[in-house]
Ligand binder design. Structure first.
Ligand code: HEC
Ligand code: HEC
Length: 73
């Protein structure tokens, strides 16, 4: 595919990463995010940088997580 499209490295191409990974903007990626994990929770539930910690610890309620960017789906 890369040769046909004249591209270099799939792991740097938004074209490929938009479907094959959670290609959320860098500033919205939570701690521990690795693009090489492929499609994960953030693909559907949104970039987690502002809500993952509080969501896991239970410090924030659902409304607060939604206000911080959690996409309920
Ligand atoms: C519109 C979404 C989309 C885009 C964009 C896309 N892919 Fe895919 N890709 C898929 C899906 C869905 C499959 C699985 C198809 C299947 O199993 O029949 C797939 C399968 C593949 C596979 C086969 C994986 C396997 O284990 O058999 C490769 C390799 C691949 N894609 C590479 C790429 C590369 C390189 C790019 C960028 C140039 C790219 N894809 C862009 C959706 C996409
Ligand atoms: C392909 C999209 C997708 C991915 C990926 C995904 N989810 Fe979901 N998630 C949904 C949808 C859609 C719903 C709503 C389902 C419903 O209403 O029945 C949902 C619902 C949920 C709920 C229930 C929310 C509520 O208010 O009851 C939780 C918890 C959840 N997801 C966690 C996760 C976690 C953790 C991951 C990663 C391991 C994940 N999801 C990955 C689409 C996704």
């Amino acid at each position: 595919m890369l040769r046909t499209l004249g591209l270099d490295r799939a792991e740097d191409e938004d074209l490929c990463l938009d479907c094959h990974a959670d290609n959320v903007p860098v500033e919205r990626r939570a701690k521990g995010f690795q693009i090489s994990d492929g499609v994960g929770c953030e693909a559907c539930h949104g970039g987690a940088v502002n809500w993952l910690g509080r969501h896991i610890s239970g410090e924030a309620d659902h409304a607060a997580n939604l206000a911080s960017g959690l996409v309920p789906k």
